[in-house]
Design a protein around this ligand. Structure first.
Ligand code: ADP
Ligand code: TYD
Length: 210
């Protein structure tokens, strides 16, 4: 299949609570109206590796952060390559894929505990297999993100969450700068209303579907 007939791959990125799921839902509705074939997915995935990650993240299994970073590498490769619903298979069939998180999440979240270069290298098979047509980064002030996810949490937990999200946001910017010659990234101001953000995202991506 030539490149023109391949599906597009749109990766959504942002700190927790940035509004990715909300915007993916709205973009899906738009693609449906436009009669574009698409498939939405997310990382961590619901594969056995993804479910191990979920169990670690909810504290049911304890391990080191380096192990988690390695599991995300494996989960991502399975996400791309598995025979049942792998992203590469979908794209080769001409289906557009939208993913809630991809390798920039690893670059941002794991480089807090280990060198970003290591994380980028560890994900090099994924980036060689499939780079996003475009990465949409929804940029939200960590204060706003924490307010959005605040319900039912303790004060201390929220404070820890905010200081971590400030670092994650900085790491995202560091990664975008490092890879600016290789990756197409669109930064969207996510501190606005849901519909303003959705309109902006559509303005930026509509031309991929003409
Ligand atoms: P993510 O998938 O990035 O974690 P969500 O889309 O789940 O983010 O949004 C987190 C919370 O913030 C949800 O309760 C959602 O309804 C709310 N939300 C999302 N976008 C906005 C927005 N632009 N303004 C106000 N609240 C929002
Ligand atoms: P999830 O509950 O899916 O949150 P969100 O709606 O914000 O995406 O949890 C995903 C968490 O996993 C989020 O805190 C980011 C983290 N993560 C990593 O640490 N590394 C990765 O490679 C990915 C894809 C996610």
């Amino acid at each position: 299949m030539n490149n023109k007939n391949r599906g597009k791959f749109i990766a959504f990125e942002g700190i927790d609570g940035s509004g990715k799921s909300t915007q993916i839902q709205l973009l899906s509705e738009k693609l449906l109206e436009e009669k574009i074939y698409f498939y939405t997915t997310m990382e961590p995935t619901d594969s056995p590796i993804g479910s191990l990650i979920h169990q670690i993240m909810t504290g049911r299994i304890k391990t080191d952060n380096k192990v988690i970073a390695g599991l995300f590498v494996a989960d991502r490769l399975d996400h791309l390559l598995n025979d049942v619903n792998g992203i590469i298979g979908k794209i080769n069939e001409g289906i557009t894929v939208i993913s809630d998180r991809y390798y920039f999440s690893s670059y941002a979240y794991h480089s807090i505990d280990m060198p970003m270069e290591w994380v980028i290298k560890a994900n090099s098979q994924s980036s060689a297999l499939l780079k996003p047509t475009v990465t949409v980064f929804i940029d939200v002030d960590p204060d706003v993100a924490v307010e959005r996810i605040a319900k039912n949490r303790y004060q201390k937990e929220l404070f820890e969450k905010k200081s971590r999200l400030i670092k994650v946001r900085e790491k995202y910017y560091e990664a975008f700068d490092k890879l600016k010659d290789e990756e197409k990234v669109i930064i969207i101001d996510g501190n606005r209303s849901v519909s303003e953000i959705a309109d902006d995202i559509w303005k930026e991506v509509a031309h991929y579907f003409e």
